[in-house]
Design a protein around this ligand. Structure first.
Ligand SMILES: Cc1ncc(COP(=O)(O)O)c(C=O)c1O
Length: 426
């Protein structure tokens, strides 16, 4: 298996049992994905606010910032990370239903005039932001995240724009939001935003949400000041094997057209892609610990126990996701008798630590690669069962250009930036 022109075995050979589990990312692929998405907007003004929650590694955030991307953050530490990684404050939006007062201070106090927008997710959040803006003596730039009440055909855990979701202000509550904003002299409404869910396979619901958002924007602008931007969110699906999602640029093209048809030509369109920019460009490399053969209930089972577990990649346990798993050193054999349908599992003491069934060489390989692990992989990892966090390796131009070893840095931000901080105890 190769990634970014590098043979992945070359990263683990000679370090058996020490190197894995190992996340490997192709920075060239990530930057090319961002450029491709950007082309989808044509000449229309736009901002790609990369959803950092998908993968917050410093080398990735820096590479995307250099490629002109902004960021969508969901916590104070993510905001600090982006600022320190070179994302300009005025290209950052901040989403999330539970921003602390300290997080709000960091957002409102960043740069010359705070970040591009604090995306308020409830009516109740408005007076909280107002109070902090007043205390800091700043004008708080806010956008309101709408919950358009649109259900999407995706996993329930990643559908965020329907009536039962905790996210955003439901359309019926908007009059209360306008009233709260009217009573907030330190806030300026600069945008409207929505994000209806993740792993979208068509533009239908995305554009339906955009239509709702534009309806609200038109109604607002007949009375109030023009908005600086409209933000339709992220959620572009990727192929985890056997599907053919639309490329992200198709979402950009369709949304740009819809924006113009809706009377907002020339208005800045913000999008918040996460998964589509990084997911396909990461592989989780795992060592094979052993092959376990068991006969229970009259059924023969072949388990392949690997050294990556649900603590490293929780998507299968959390979302019933199936990632392609392939041997690192050779393609799966064509001959039926040389192949075994292994049930690939990790070492964590949970039945849900299970990566599903995969055809692999009967003679168990030394290492396997779990594909499409660049998004919501390491960022959702934990140290459950006393397991160390995986090391991450970053490739560019066919070379290793950076490595993050989580054990070397004391704080999350230092760890994710991967620089400038002494090792613990130094
Ligand atoms: C507010 C917001 N924007 C953007 C995203 C990115 O979604 P995706 O990674 O599917 O593009 C998320 C992810 O859940 C989100 O919550």
């Amino acid at each position: 298996m190769t990634l970014g022109g590098v043979r992945l075995t070359s990263l683990v050979e000679g370090a058996e049992g020490r190197a894995t589990p190992l996340y490997v990312y192709d920075l060239d692929g990530i930057v090319a994905a961002a450029r491709d998405l950007s082309e989808g907007f044509g000449a229309a003004p736009h901002l790609i606010a990369y959803a950092v929650k998908a993968n917050s590694a410093g080398p990735i955030v820096r590479a995307l910032a250099e490629a002109g991307c902004g960021a969508d953050v969901v916590s104070g530490p993510e905001l600090e990370l982006c600022l320190r990684a070179g994302v300009p404050a005025d290209r950052i939006v901040y989403s999330g239903v539970g921003k602390t007062l300290a997080d709000l201070d960091a957002a409102l106090g960043a740069g010359d005039r705070g970040i591009l927008a604090v995306q308020v997710e409830s009516v109740e959040e408005i007076p909280r932001v107002e109070a902090r803006a007043a205390a800091l003596g700043r004008v708080g730039r806010v956008s309101v995240r709408l919950n358009p009440g649109i259900d999407v055909d995706t996993h329930a855990h990643v559908a965020t724009g329907h009536d039962e979701a905790k996210f955003g202000v439901p359309l019926v509550d908007l009059p209360r939001a306008w009233e709260a904003l009217g009573q907030s002299p330190h806030l300026r409404l600069v945008g409207l935003t929505t994000h209806i869910g993740s792993q979208l396979m068509s533009t239908d619901e995305y554009l339906a949400a955009a239509d709702e958002l534009m309806k609200v924007a038109r109604a607002h602008e007949t009375k109030g000041a023009p908005l600086e931007f409209l933000d339709f969110g992220g959620g572009f699906g990727i192929d985890y094997g056997g599907s053919s999602p639309l490329p992200p640029s198709a979402f950009a093209r369709a949304a740009t057209l819809r924006l113009a048809e809706g009377g907002f030509a020339g208005r800045t369109l913000v999008m918040e892609p996460g998964r589509a920019l990084v997911g396909p460009y990461g592989v989780l490399v795992a060592g094979v610990i052993m092959h376990k053969h068991a006969r229970a209930g009259g059924v023969e089972r072949d388990w392949l126990v690997i050294d990556a577990g649900m603590n490293d990649l929780v998507r299968p346990a959390l979302y019933q996701a199936l990632h392609r798993i392939e041997p690192l050193s050779s393609p799966p054999p064509a001959a039926e008798e040389a192949t075994c349908r292994y049930r690939v599992v990790g070492p964590v003491c949970e039945s849900s630590d299970d990566f599903g069934e995969h055809p692999l060489p009967r003679a168990a390989p030394k290492w396997v690669g779990i594909r499409d692990a660049g998004a919501y992989g390491f960022t959702m990892a934990s140290e459950y069962n006393g397991r160390r966090l995986a090391t991450e390796v970053f490739l560019r131009g066919g070379q290793v250009v950076a490595t993050l070893d989580a054990s070397r840095w004391p704080s999350w931000v230092e760890r994710r930036l991967g620089s400038g901080s002494p090792p613990l105890g130094a």
